[in-house]
Each structure stands twice: as C-alpha cells, then as structure tokens.
Ligand binder design. Structure first.
Ligand code: GDP
Length: 476
C-alpha cells in the first residue's frame, strides 16, 4: 500500500511537472559564465531576494521589478526540484557562509545544479486575471559552467583541426612551463601500436596540468576540452583521456595528414567525447532553457592583464556562438533551442564607482562585437546590463593631491578585513589600446561580503532591472 502511495505521488508530481512545463506558468532560467564570473554568489543572492521580497520594504527591495513595484508580488517559496538526476544548488550552505559572523563568499559550483522556486503573484492582465487573483510561476534556476559551452566548435571540427588550433604557435598553452615536457612525452609514444589506456590517461593528465597552470595560475580562460578542468560527473572516466597533438605528429613535411594507431585512437576518443558529452549537453539541458543569463567578470579580466583580457574576449566570443540561433545556422540543423531572452551582464560592478559602471557596460558591448544585439537570433530578445549580486562597498568622494576631488569606493578587504577606501581606476569604454595597457593602474580589491542583520537582505546593484528583463513578462 505504501509502495502504491509513493508511486502514485511520483506520478502526480511528474504530471504536475509536465503541466507546468507546457504552460506559461513554468520558466527555466539558465545562468552561466566562466569560473569566477560570480554565478554562485549571483544565484544565492537572487534566490534570497525572491524569498524575502514580500517582507522587505519598500517594494521588496526590488523597485524596478514591476510585479514588486505594483505590489502584486505575494511571496516565493522553495519547491522540490524537478530533475532528480541534476545536483541541487546549495542555497542553504551558501547563505550560511555569507551570513556567518565573519561573512565569506560561498564555494563556487563546478557542475550543473538547479533549484526550483514557486512565485505567487497577482495577475494584472490577460485571461488569468479574470479567473483568479493569485497565480504561481514555477521558476527553475539552472547553473552550469560556461566552460562547457567552449566545446561547441568541437561539434564541427575534426581531431586534427582541433589539435592544430589548440597548439598553434601563438596559443598561450605553448607558453606554459610544462609545455616542452608534454611535447617530449608525446614524442616517446609508440605510434603504430594500440596505446594502453593507462598511457592515454597519463598523457591526458599531463595535458590537464598544462590547462591547470594556464587557468588557475596564469589567469587565462580558454581551456579545451571544457570538461578536463570541470569534469562534473565524468571525473576519472576514459571519456576524458585524450589530448591534442602538435602539427609535427599530425602531418608529414608536405602537409598531408599522417595515419597511425595513435592518431586513430585519439580520433576515436575525440569523437566519443563529442558524441557522448558535448552533444548530449545541448540536447539534454540546453534545449529546455527558456531564458539565459551570461555573467561576465570584465573587471577581473582587466585586472589580470592584456593577454588574459584578450583571451577572455576570445572565450566570450566562443561562448556566444552557442546563442546564435539564426535561420540556416548550425542550431536549426542540429537542435531546436527555445531561449527567447538572452542577457549578458557585467558582474561585481560594486567594485567600481558609479560613473565607471557605464564604461564597464559599454566595454562589455564592445566585447560582444558589433551586431551582438541582433545575434541573428530568431525572435530572441538580447540585452546587456551591469550588475552586482551583493553590494560590498559604499560610494563616497575623497580629495586626491593630484586628481583633486575623486569618487571612491570603500569596503572591507577580504584578505585582512581592514577597511579600504580607494579610487579603483578608470574602466575603458572601448577595447583597451596599447596606451591603456602601458598606463594601466587598476586597484580592484577583493572585498568581503558585508555583515548584515538577520532580517535584512543583501544590497545589490540592478538585480531588479535584471529580474524585470528575465521574468517581468511572465508575472504580468
Ligand atoms: P562562479 O565560479 O561563477 O560560481 O563565481 P562565484 O560566485 O564563486 O564568485 C567568484 C568570486 O567573485 C567570489 O568568491 C567573490 O570574491 C567575487 N564576487 C562574486 N559576486 C560578487 C559581487 O557581487 N560583488 C563583489 N564585490 N564580488 C563578488
């Protein structure tokens, strides 16, 4: 009997989920960005805003979110997540870390995760408002690493093309300290015998170490295959045991592709990765997203230096390819995405003064390249904003001996918890030129999250504007 009840409950839940997903009352919002872009802090803060908006005066702390401004927001609550095979987003843990006596940033997520909220609101218009004075939007928020989108070009590249692109002479990977050792290891490989699994695993581990150095020590962004550093549940599987080969092992002196057992095996591993990892990601998850937010840490990239900033620009461009749904494009032939609103947001703009936030936004638009807003998308609305999930600073004015009266930001430094007041420097409006990099003088500090009272919500910058773009029409 208990079994029957449980089964019945599961069936009911499933039927409800299908019902929600096929009506206007369900929305799947995907959040992505490269590691460190601020996804975890953003989702935690956004969920907190929605869960507490009915108790925060005035207008739920979200005056630009019309459902709050028009006082139609009735409340939000957590609901059981719909997909049992996706990890849950660790909201409670993240909140505890942020609200500890000594507030810290939550641990970044490195895999796909989700959570579901139910938002109760008073409908303003349409058939719903004539039938009921309370409606519910079921909102799924899905977090996934932007690095996974960098694999998209692999769907159209052969193993040889992929290798040649990754190990091209000017590529940053060729400048890593372990690169020549990696190449020597490759030249020792038996070319005409079936390579042992252990050998492939060991060489791919050396390749992974190059990527680790590139991304974690030197601050670059582009690392392929995307799952090697962020394997999710593929950790330790042979699907990740492959690596690119340099041109001298791929082509003979005339430029003709070489054929041998090693290349043959790596080609097989490469296509297994594309078929079993890259494609299913788009088919299983991507096709289901209704709205997409891409967070971009433009300020962090500027801080790291020219080569890293340019690498981030390339990564963003590669990532953006996943959202080009235009007619006759790649998407129309392979999948049918239904994302109808796409938002790019510069994150963490609380680190700079108010005047500089406009510059950060125009720089993001430049990075997205001309025509980004059309993005040859069929019917997809595209927007860009500058936001901060958790405002860690206060704005003020200070006197500088050379510059005179200047705008400053002030907050608690994350490392030593001292109060820091500074003019963080000027953010370029357009893509930085040589002169900029020669004179660059940024002081973007890692600020700690502020300590706030238990009944207060964290301050933010423009999350209400962002919510209006991403959810406003679904709550009207
Ligand atoms: P993820 O890897 O994309 O999930 O990025 P996280 O959310 O873990 O953020 C990475 C780091 O960026 C955090 O540890 C913070 O130091 C910083 N950060 C994130 N959001 C904000 C924000 O709104 N303001 C400030 N000042 N720093 C932030």
């Amino acid at each position: 009997m208990a079994d029957f009840k449980q089964r019945w409950h599961q069936l009911e839940q499933k039927a409800k989920d299908i019902g929600y997903r096929t009506t206007d009352r369900h929305l799947r919002l995907a959040v992505t960005g490269l590691s460190g872009a601020g996804k975890t802090a953003f989702i935690t803060s956004l969920v907190e805003k929605l869960l507490t908006a009915d108790t925060q005066p005035p207008y739920g702390g979200l005056p630009l979110f019309s459902v709050c401004m028009q006082q139609r927001f009735l409340g939000a609550r957590r609901e059981r997540q719909p997909d049992l095979n996706i990890a849950s987003f660790g909201y409670e843990n993240a909140m505890q870390t942020l609200r500890a006596e000594l507030p810290k940033w939550p641990q970044s997520t490195t895999n796909i995760s989700e959570l579901r909220l139910a938002i109760d609101y008073q409908p303003k218009s349409g058939w719903l408002s004539s039938l009921t004075d309370k409606a519910t939007l079921h909102l799924d928020i899905v977090d996934y690493p932007g690095e996974w989108l960098l694999d998209l070009p692999m769907l159209q590249q052969s193993f040889i093309e992929w290798s040649e692109q990754l190990l091209a002479p000017q590529s940053p990977i060729t400048k890593t300290s372990g690169y020549s050792e990696f190449i020597s290891k490759l030249t020792l490989l038996e070319l005409d015998a079936e390579p042992a699994d252990e050998t492939l695993a060991s060489v791919s581990d050396s390749y992974r170490q190059l990527l680790e150095e590139l991304v974690h020590q030197r601050g670059f962004y582009l690392a392929q295959p995307g799952r090697l550093l962020l394997p999710g549940d593929l950790q330790g599987t042979p699907l990740l045991s492959f690596f690119p080969l340099p041109r001298q092992l791929l082509r003979n002196a005339e430029g003709t592709p070489i054929k041998n057992q090693l290349i043959n095996n790596l080609e097989k591993r490469y296509s297994a990765y594309v078929k079993q990892v890259v494609k299913p990601f788009y088919q299983r998850y991507f096709e289901d997203f209704d709205r997409q937010l891409v967070l971009v840490d433009v300020l962090g990239a500027l801080n790291r230096g020219r080569a890293q900033f340019e690498d981030m620009a390339n990564a963003l461009n590669a990532l953006n390819q996943s959202f080009r749904f235009g007619k006759g494009g790649f998407w129309q032939r392979v999948f049918s995405p239904k994302i109808d609103r796409l938002l790019f947001a510069v994150s963490k703009v609380d680190q700079i003064t108010r005047e500089q936030q406009g510059n950060a936004l125009s720089l993001l638009k430049q990075l997205l390249q001309p025509g980004w807003q059309n993005a040859d998308n069929s019917g997809c609305l595209v927007e860009a904003m500058a936001v901060s999930a958790i405002k860690t600073t206060r704005y003020g004015m200070a006197k500088d001996r050379q510059l005179g009266e200047v705008s400053v930001v002030s907050g608690t430094a994350l490392d030593n918890r001292n109060t820091v007041t500074l003019y963080p420097g000027e953010v370029p409006k357009t893509l930085p030129n040589d002169e900029f990099w020669q004179q660059q003088g940024f002081q973007f500090v890692d600020f700690a999250p502020p300590h706030i009272a238990a009944d207060q919500a964290f301050e933010h910058i423009r999350l209400d504007h962002l919510l209006e773009f991403l959810l406003g029409d679904k709550l009207s």
